[in-house]
Design a protein around this ligand. Structure first.
Ligand SMILES: Cc1cc2nc3c(=O)[nH]c(=O)nc-3n(C[C@H](O)[C@H](O)[C@H](O)COP(=O)(O)OP(=O)(O)OC[C@H]3O[C@@H](n4cnc5c(N)ncnc54)[C@H](O)[C@@H]3O)c2cc1C
Length: 376
């Protein structure tokens, strides 16, 4: 007999968990802070990897729906020097293992696959407490509560469930992204559109980097990375879009104008996205009746794995619970051991040391050597 599962957070991790539980006939309810699926734009494109995110979608029985929303040709990666020289391009020949989709479409596929009423919107968890014998009470910001025999925190970096298991809190890693969008780029920003090319483009340098992506249609989405303390960004007034863009662009004063236009010519106000991490070795002793998945459990800098891992965590936890119908504790133990190993591996992935943004080796040429073994 399966215990119904209470999930906090309807991100990709929590929704994948709910879906795979549903596939196995296990009831679940997801409590989500946001008021509705449309409460917030969902961010840009995600590459969904064949070794983690796609395995989760297979377990969810949603591969056809996933393939239908893949944006073709976007796996091309272009390596650019700061003067605008294109050093290398890895073309998308359609066989790569990391097809790109819009995050919002992936979330919609998962939401549409759940029985009506599975997600309870507008339920922001404010805390949770143990009631003994594996039962927990979750309190919500509106004063409501729910009691559950099996609680999963899928509520991201600032999880309200995590304190039941661990004292760890995310720490600023010393780098932030500034996010911008350029719309109708082929006609309105042609030089920059040409520079970015058909997929993604990265222009790295020690301490700073511009990464841009061609999204659906000809929208360009850029992450401008700067290695600076929080206080440095704190001194910039991001409510004054033009002044903020000018200040950020000043850090790239000697870069090609087609690249800096991703900051200065943006059609949206620049949005600051500081990076936080949990320690690579973050883990906890088993606490009956509760666990975590995704960013709530393991939080790495932006390495293109977080959403993929959150989905795999959700799928694997659901499968493990299905395999232990009368012993949820055995399932949670198995899930955590596997997840701890996956999370640590993603943080300390090969190349992370030498290609930290602060590294002197964070250059297009060094990156090319690492990727292809050639200096060109
Ligand atoms: C700028 C940026 C770019 C990124 N790019 C990529 C990429 O290209 N590829 C990739 O794989 N990963 C990427 N990531 C990482 C990825 O976004 C995360 O790892 C992933 O979203 C984690 O999924 P999750 O379901 O664990 O948490 P989240 O996506 O954070 O979802 C948590 C959910 O819980 C809800 N919630 C939060 N608190 C509460 C509460 N108290 N009560 C109820 N609900 C709550 C939130 O509203 C949200 O819906 C990027 C991250 C950033 C910041």
């Amino acid at each position: 007999m399966h215990t119904p599962v209470t999930i906090i957070g309807a991100g990709l991790g929590g929704l994948t968990l709910a879906r795979v539980l549903h596939v196995h006939g296990i009831p679940a309810t997801v409590y989500e802070a946001e008021a509705s699926p449309a409460a917030r734009t969902q961010g840009g494109m995600l590459d969904i990897h064949d070794h983690n995110g796609q395995l989760a979608l297979e377990a969810a029985g949603l591969m056809d729906e996933f393939r239908a929303v893949v944006v073709e040709g976007r796996q091309t990666i272009r390596l650019v020097e700061q003067d605008g020289t294109v050093l290398h391009e890895m073309a998308d020949d359609g066989t790569g293992g990391r097809p790109e989709v819009q995050r919002a479409e992936l979330r919609r596929i998962l939401l549409d696959s759940l029985p009506a009423g599975t997600v309870r919107w507008g339920h922001k968890a404010s805390g949770a407490r143990a009631l003994g014998e594996g039962r927990h009470e979750v309190a919500f910001a509106d004063g409501g509560t729910v009691v559950t025999g099996l609680l999963v925190g899928a509520d991201g970096a600032w999880s309200r469930v995590r304190p039941l298991l661990s004292d760890a809190t995310p720490e600023y890693v010393g780098t932030s992204f500034v996010e911008t969008y350029l719309y109708d780029a082929d006609t309105r920003h042609p030089a920059t559109a040409k520079m970015v090319g058909g997929g993604s483009m990265v222009a790295p340098s020690p301490g700073k980097e511009i990464f841009a992506h061609r999204e659906t249609g000809d929208t360009l989405h850029a992450y401008v990375a700067l290695s600076k303390p929080r206080d440095w960004f704190g001194a910039i007034d991001f409510t004054d879009a033009s002044a903020a863009a000018t200040r950020i662009a000043r850090e790239f004063g000697d870069w090609a104008p087609e690249l800096t236009a991703l900051i200065t010519d943006a059609d949206t106000a620049p949005v600051l996205r500081p990076h936080y991490t949990l320690p690579a070795e973050h883990r906890w002793e088993r606490v009956p009746g509760v666990t975590l998945i995704g960013d709530a459990a393991h939080l790495a800098g932006p390495n293109g794995e977080g959403a993929n891992l959150a989905m795999l965590d959700g799928a694997e936890l659901a499968k493990t619970l299905a395999a232990h119908p009368d012993d949820a504790e055995a399932a949670l133990t198995e899930h955590e051991q596997a997840m701890f190993a996956r999370g640590a591996e993603a943080v300390t992935f090969e190349g992370a040391e030498i290609h930290g943004i602060d590294s002197e080796n964070n250059t297009a040429r060094a990156m090319l050597e690492m990727i292809t073994g050639q200096g060109e």
